[in-house]
Write a protein that binds this ligand. Structure first.
Ligand code: AMP
Length: 244
């Protein structure tokens, strides 16, 4: 009996050169996009996939928060939008993310977390990647009901050092205020209050259908139930990546 027959043997067939790795890209890079409303868990999953596959996790929100903290020009421009829970203008976000994609550590792929959020951002990303002779392998779109998101955001605390996300109600750290993973201090994001969270969700809804449709047509779009267990979602993502 041939060991190459079962669909589970894709890795073997790949190793044997029977399946071109990531045939849609000229390189073997794995380029992933994680979309979804604030609090949907895309950051947590992006971090897990990034760790497992040794890919950089590129969060537009994290880059913007760092720019704000360091008093950079882009940060100063972005801050009022972020504080109000609104989207930072496309021009600013596209520039910081596409600059980041050109860095060396993206040579084997990347995980974009929270970018793009509008169709013009998606188009700019497409052009940038085409210029690098690369394409997106899979777009994962996380779906979670609004009330569950607001609950998650109200209790969210993030590690200052390693960015692991906790929830004081449903997934607290062993010691309050301290990260289990690295011992770093936990903080609450300024925009993680109910008013800003509802506005962020409203803004998200206004763009998400159009963006989902844009990627749906590309054939690399996968909707995930973000209300499922973390390990269940991670398993599903791994399965889909394996087939991509
Ligand atoms: P996040 O950390 O993804 O929740 O993003 C925090 C805030 O950063 C958002 O509420 C927006 O103000 C801004 N932001 C993050 N990503 C984007 C994006 N792709 N386009 C525009 N604004 C963004």
């Amino acid at each position: 009996m041939s060991v190459l027959k079962s669909p589970d043997d894709t890795w073997l067939r790949r190793a044997a050169g029977m399946v071109a790795p990531r045939a849609r890209n000229e390189s073997a890079a794995m380029n992933l996009v994680f979309l979804g409303p604030p609090g949907c868990g895309k950051g947590t999953q992006a971090m897990k996939v990034a760790e497992k596959h040794g890919l950089p996790q590129i969060s537009a929100g994290d880059i913007l928060r760092e720019a704000v903290q360091n008093g950079l020009e882009d940060g100063l421009k972005a801050k009022p939008f972020m504080d109000a829970g609104r989207l930072v203008p496309d021009e600013t976000v596209v520039k910081i993310v596409t600059d980041r994609l050109r860095r060396k550590d993206c040579a084997n792929g990347f995980i974009l977390d929270g970018f793009p959020r509008t169709v013009p951002q998606a188009e700019s990303l497409g052009w940038t990647l085409a210029g690098m002779k690369r394409k997106i392998d899979v777009v994962f779109d996380f779906d979670v009901p609004e009330e569950e998101l607001i609950k998650r955001i109200a209790g969210r605390k993030v590690c200052k050092k390693c960015r692991v996300v906790y929830n004081v109600a449903s997934a607290p750290p062993s010691e309050p205020g301290v990260c289990d993973k690295c011992g770093g201090g936990l903080f609450k994001r300024e925009d993680d209050n109910e008013e800003a969270a509802r506005e962020r969700f409203r803004v998200y809804k206004a763009q998400s259908d159009e963006l989902g449709l844009y990627y749906h047509h590309s054939g690399r779009y996968c909707k995930l139930d973000g209300a499922a267990r973390v390990d269940e979602i991670f398993g599903k993502i791994e399965e889909i990546i394996g087939e991509a």
